[in-house]
Write a protein that binds this ligand. Structure first.
Ligand SMILES: C[S@@+](CC[C@H](N)C(=O)[O-])C[C@H]1O[C@@H](n2cnc3c(N)ncnc32)[C@H](O)[C@@H]1O
Length: 251
């Protein structure tokens, strides 16, 4: 396993700027979440690994109920935007500070691959989930990695992510052992940039934990190649990104 990335060390300083949701993404993800876990409204939601709260207020608006943002990194959590129906709590997937059957929906958005003790985390998710509830896992999976533009310039990043992300079977096996079944696996395409120079500048903040596993030389070479491609204007816009949403619940 790769060394764990602690978001309190560097990522917290760049995450909000480097991972701000592109235009249209909030609406897109809200619709995706509602499609898989929509009715009845209101629903109580746990945003597990809520980071800087990119999605937490969106979940409150989408599902109309109470939302808990649970996040281990204090420097990420302290940046999260307030919302009248959102409560941010210190905790982790392995130790969720909520009572049994407190939530209708549990979202892990780019979080599951960071979790060290996955069996314990799945038992905790199962514990806080109400009967009939849904678990939404937005992740990449090493056995169905999408083709990502930035990987073309940082080939080492693809190798790192191949090791970083679990397979679909590894994740579904853990949840099936806990009594939850796969309800769907959705491939989502979002537009991440219409302006390549702005895309490159954002990437330069390195607000993707994969960068923490690359050497400075790999990073230097990657940005040099990206800058050349931007100057040549030979990358097609808009830049899109594919990602997966795995949905689990009672069978
Ligand atoms: C890529 S960020 C995603 C944050 C947020 N979900 C988003 O999409 O903006 C990953 C987050 O997972 C958190 N994390 C790492 N290990 C965790 C764990 N064991 N339980 C819950 N969250 C964890 C990190 O601190 C970080 O804030």
């Amino acid at each position: 396993m790769l060394e764990r990335v602690d978001y309190d060390v560097r990522q917290h300083a760049v995450y909000s700027a480097g991972r701000a949701l592109p235009e249209g993404s909030a609406r897109l993800w809200s619709a995706v979440f509602a499609r898989w876990a929509g009715a009845p409204n209101p629903l109580t939601v746990l945003d597990l690994g809520s980071g800087t709260g990119r999605f937490t207020p969106i979940l409150a608006d989408t599902f109309g109920g109470q939302v808990y943002g649970v996040e281990p990194a204090g420097r990420m959590r302290e940046q999260a935007a307030p919302h009248p129906r959102v409560e941010y709590l210190a905790g982790s997937a392995e130790a969720i500070p909520l009572p049994d059957q407190a939530c209708d929906v549990v979202l892990l958005f780019l979080v599951f691959h960071h979790v060290v003790d996955r069996p314990r985390a799945v038992a905790e998710i199962r514990r806080v989930l109400r009967p009939g509830g849904r678990v939404l896992i937005r992740s990449a999976f090493s056995d169905r990695m999408p083709d990502l533009l930035w990987h073309r310039f940082f080939p080492g990043a693809r190798d790192v992510e191949q090791r970083m992300f679990p397979t679909v079977a590894e994740v579904t096996g853990l949840f099936e052992d806990a009594g939850l079944a796969v309800l769907g696996l959705d491939r989502i395409r979002e537009t991440v940039a219409t302006d390549l120079a702005a895309y490159a500048e954002r990437l330069r903040l390195r607000a993707i934990s994969t960068f923490e596993h690359l050497t400075e030389e790999e990073i230097r070479r990657g940005f040099a190649a990206l800058d050349l491609a931007v100057a040549a204007g030979d990358i097609q816009v808009p830049v899109t990104m594919d990602s997966d949403l795995l949905v689990l619940g009672d069978s």
